[in-house]
Design a protein around this ligand. Structure first.
Ligand SMILES: Nc1ncnc2c1ncn2[C@@H]1O[C@H](COP(=O)(O)OP(=O)(O)O)[C@@H](O)[C@H]1O
Ligand code: SF4
Ligand SMILES: [Mg+2]
Length: 321
C-alpha cells in the first residue's frame, strides 16, 4: 500500500456568522469531522455540490485558514503546530492552483515576477538561475520562455492556468491542490490543460488533491475519490469502487444525475431532488435525510459515522446500498 502523504483527523473548520440579537452564537460548519488519508503519488478527487466545503477543506490543509479543531499531518509532520522555518518548508511543499485564472494572477505584473516571487522567498539562488528555472517551467507547461516578459492580462484563460501551474511547480512541491482548475475554461482548452496536469504529475512525482463538481473530470484524472455533503465526507474510496459500486445514496444519485457517457455502462438517469441544506443549521441525524429515498425515522434521529464497509471503502450511512 502506498504511503500516506496527508493524514486528516476529525477536522473542523467553522466560520462564525453574525448573530442577530435574539439568536445564540451561530457557525457555518464548512468542514465538519473530516477524516482522510491522501496516498503519496495519488490524484485524490474531492467531489461535491457548491458549498459542500471543498475549498475550505483545501485551504485548511494548506494552512491558509486555521481549523477550529482536528489534526493534519503532512509527510509525517503535524503541521498545525509548525512555525517559522518548518512552516515555510511545508508551505513550499504544498501549492494551490485556484479556480479563477483571471483573479489569481496579478494582471500588471510580469510573468517572470509572478513565477519568480516564491523562488526568492524559498531558495537562495541568483537572478540568472531564477530566469533559467522560469524558462524551463514555462516550457514544461507548454508555453515559451519569452512569455516571461509579458503581463498576465495578455494571456488567455487556458494559458493563465498554465502560468498559475508553473508558479506552483517552480517551487518543487510534493503536493498541489487543484481547485476546479479548468471550470472557467472552454471544453477544448480544458482537455489540453488536464492532459498537461496528468503528464507533469508523473514527471515531477506529485500528489494532487483535485477539487471538482464535474464527475467526467474525476473519471479522467483521479484514482481516489471523496464525496462531500454539507461539510462532511459521506463516501470515500478508489475511483472504480465509487463509480461502479457507490454505497451512499447521495453518491448514487450524484452519479445517476450526471451520467458519464460510457457505452459499457448504461446508467438510468435519475435526478437529485431537493435543496442542499444549510451548513449553519444542518439537518438532525443524517444530513442527507431530507433528500434520501431510503430515509427512515432512525436516519432523522441518529447521525451515521463514516464506516469502512470494505477495505478502503468508507461510507457514512446507516443502510449502505
Ligand atoms: N470565509 C468564509 N466566511 C464565512 N463562510 C464561509 C467562508 N468561506 C466559505 N464559507 C462558507 O462555507 C461553506 C463551504 O464553502 P466552500 O468551502 O467554498 O464550498 P465549495 O468549495 O464546496 O463550494 C459555504 O456555506 C460557504 O458560504
Ligand atoms: S443514513 Fe439514512 S438518510 Fe442518510 S443516506 Fe443512509 S439511508 Fe439515507
Ligand atoms: Mg470551491
Amino acid at each position: 500500500m502506498a504511503e500516506t502523504l496527508i493524514k486528516i483527523r476529525d477536522l473542523k473548520t467553522y466560520f462564525p456568522v453574525k448573530k442577530s440579537i435574539f439568536s445564540k452564537k451561530l457557525f457555518v460548519r464548512a468542514v465538519d469531522n473530516v477524516n482522510m488519508d491522501v496516498p503519496k503519488g495519488s490524484t485524490f478527487a474531492v467531489v461535491g455540490e457548491s458549498g459542500s466545503g471543498k475549498t475550505t477543506l483545501a485551504r485548511t490543509v494548506l494552512r491558509l485558514i486555521e481549523p477550529t479543531s482536528g489534526e493534519i499531518e503532512f509527510d509525517g509532520k503535524n503541521i498545525l503546530g509548525l512555525k517559522g522555518k518548518d512552516l515555510l518548508e511545508v508551505r513550499r511543499n504544498m501549492q494551490i492552483v485556484f479556480q479563477d485564472p483571471y483573479n489569481s494572477l496579478h494582471p500588471r505584473k510580469l510573468i517572470k515576477n509572478i513565477i519568480g516571487e516564491g523562488m526568492k522567498i524559498h531558495f537562495k539562488i541568483s537572478e540568472i538561475e531564477i530566469r533559467d528555472r522560469i524558462a524551463s517551467v514555462l516550457k514544461e507547461v507548454g508555453l515559451i520562455d519569452d512569455h516571461m516578459y509579458r503581463y498576465a492580462h495578455e494571456f488567455s484563460g487556458g494559458q493563465r492556468q498554465r502560468i498559475a501551474f508553473a508558479r506552483a511547480i517552480v517551487l518543487k512541491p510534493k503536493f498541489i491542490v487543484l481547485d476546479e482548475p479548468t471550470s472557467a475554461l472552454d471544453v477544448s482548452v480544458q482537455a489540453m490543460v488536464l492532459k498537461m496536469l496528468k503528464e507533469i504529475k508523473v514527471q515531477e512525482n506529485l500528489t494532487y488533491m483535485f477539487i471538482t463538481h464535474n464527475l467526467s473530470l474525476v473519471d479522467y484524472i483521479a484514482d481516489k475519490v471523496a464525496v462531500m455533503y454539507v461539510g462532511e465526507v459521506v463516501e470515500m474510496g478508489d475511483k472504480a469502487t465509487i463509480f461502479n459500486h457507490p454505497a451512499h445514496p447521495y453518491t448514487d444519485l450524484l452519479m445517476a444525475s450526471n451520467p458519464i457517457p460510457d457505452p459499457k455502462f448504461v446508467r438510468e438517469k435519475r435526478l437529485l431532488k431537493g435543496e442542499i441544506p444549510s451548513s449553519i443549521n444542518p439537518p438532525s441525524g443524517c444530513r442527507f435525510h431530507n433528500r434520501c429515498p431510503f430515509a427512515d425515522e432512525r436516519c432523522a434521529r441518529e447521525e451515521p459515522e463514516l464506516r469502512e464497509i470494505k477495505p478502503g471503502h468508507f461510507v457514512r450511512c446507516h443502510y449502505p446500498l
